[in-house]
Design a protein around this ligand. Structure first.
Ligand code: ZN
Ligand code: ZN
Length: 139
């Protein structure tokens, strides 16, 4: 995967910081700003949180990144892809993407609300298989 081309395709200026952000997002899938800040500090110790915010906002504006709102938790960022839903572990905060056909739910919501709806954001909370295993081992 050539990160430089990807950034250029989104009309984003290529900087070493941005390349590193893209790399971190590819490896992590979803990350909040604090964890991103921590991950960037080893390579760019002088990079401020404000600069990271600015970079993230620009990349969101160019639709290169998407913000995922997680109820009661910090928003996370991911590389933009086709609309999908999220599953999050309440113990370890692991987030995974799931593709669900939500057209039935969306139509139902339209019917009930009489709104013209086009997007949705669904987040499921629960315990991931890893944490479930750990619990069993303890008991
Ligand atoms: Zn977990
Ligand atoms: Zn996602």
């Amino acid at each position: 995967m050539n990160y430089i081309t990807i950034l250029q395709n989104h009309n984003l200026k290529v900087t070493p910081q941005r390349l590193e952000i893209v790399d971190i997002l590819y490896k992590n899938g979803h990350i909040n700003i604090d964890d991103l800040y921590k991950s960037l500090q080893s390579k760019f110790p002088s990079l401020s949180l404000a600069t990271i915010y600015k970079n993230i906002n620009t990349m969101c504006e160019k639709l290169f990144l998407s913000e995922v709102k997680i109820p009661h938790k910090k928003n996370v960022y991911e590389l933009s892809k086709k609309e999908h839903s999220h599953v999050i572990c309440s113990k370890c905060n692991t987030i995974i993407d799931i593709n669900l056909d939500i057209s039935t739910i969306l139509n139902k919501a339209k019917q009930i609300s009489k709104f013209n709806l086009n997007t949705s954001s669904i987040v499921f909370n629960g315990i991931c298989p890893n944490c479930l295993d750990k619990k069993e081992n303890l008991s």
